[in-house]
Design a protein around this ligand. Structure first.
Ligand code: PAF
Length: 292
């Protein structure tokens, strides 16, 4: 693999190789199995893959979260060197390379999509994500880019960004990778206090039980179950739980407003001590016999 810190060197390298499609996996580092599932998919599908490692300051609405965000560049590079091929690239730039003085940075409004869930609790977050993803796409010019479905709202918003700007890149969403107890893999998991990490499987278990409840219960009852289960686990506090459709991300409040031909996801954000975790699973329409 080749490691680059500047846009110029990365572009020189990518421009010198005739390979198609070109794959791209944007990350903020502290790589785990979730990231590697994206990278492996890109390696299978694309003869040339770029992985970026950049903790993007513009997407952190909370300064403490930015400071605390795990940074393990040496370990990341050593893990990447085990799977990347000779010409695959790692882009690990300083902030000035991504946001040089004078760069025109757009502000984005995603309408309804960023006025729910993460958009409410992390104001400005998706604007920052869109800024960095758009800038990285401009630098790397990938044909395909790989994103995890754990950040479900982010994936929908990135698709909308690509649609709005007419970018020639295919966005590929990849399934959530979980720890044996069901906890969704996340760079933030290593920040969990051991006693909270031990109990963190409760998030996935609650989501799974809630999705089962859809057969016999209506949504207010399910929301009550999720809130009481999470909030009665010491150290855990629910921030939100919503059942939304996969395209518009609009929360549904009653089961009878769910449509058979749409897919729905239960999305959750939970504080485990000082660490905020998100997760989601599909909620099958209660009357749907369709296997997706
Ligand atoms: O999902 C992430 O790790 C980040 O939001 C991303 C897409 C790399 C942009 O900084």
């Amino acid at each position: 693999m080749k490691v680059f810190n500047t846009v110029k060197d990365l572009q020189h390298h990518l421009g010198s190789i005739k390979a198609s499609p070109k794959g791209f996996v944007p990350t903020m580092g502290a790589l785990h199995k979730g990231h590697f599932s994206l990278i492996e998919k890109s390696l299978l599908e694309c003869p040339l893959t770029t992985v970026s490692i950049f903790v993007n300051p513009t997407q952190f609405n909370d300064k403490n979260d930015l400071e605390r965000y795990p940074r393990t560049p040496q370990k990341d590079l050593s893990l990447l060197s085990e799977i990347l091929r000779t010409d695959d690239a790692v882009f690990i730039p300083p902030v000035e390379e991504v946001y040089p003085a004078g760069l025109k940075i757009e502000n984005y409004d995603f309408g309804k999509l960023d006025k729910v869930m993460e958009g409410i609790y992390r104001p400005g977050h998706f604007n920052g994500v869109a800024q960095v993803v758009s800038r990285l796409f401009d630098i790397v010019k990938p044909d395909r880019a790989y994103f995890g479905q754990k950040d479900f709202q982010q994936l929908v918003i990135v698709r909308e960004l690509v649609r709005k700007k007419g970018l020639p890149v295919k966005i590929i969403g990849c399934p959530i990778v979980r720890e044996p107890d069901g906890l969704a893999m996340s760079s933030r998991n290593i920040l969990l206090e051991p006693s909270l990490r031990e109990k963190a499987g409760i998030i996935f278990k609650t989501l799974s039980d809630a999705s089962e409840m859809l057969k016999d219960s209506d949504i207010p009852e399910i929301k009550e179950f999720v809130a009481s289960t999470i909030n009665s686990t010491p150290g855990f506090k629910l921030e939100y739980f919503e059942i939304v459709d996969e395209n518009e991300l609009q929360p549904v409040s009653r089961k009878n407003s769910m449509l058979e031909d749409k897919k729905y996801f239960g999305c959750i954000a939970v504080w485990a001590g000082k660490i905020r975790l998100i997760d989601n699973i599909e909620f099958r329409h209660p009357y749907s016999k369709k296997v997706h």
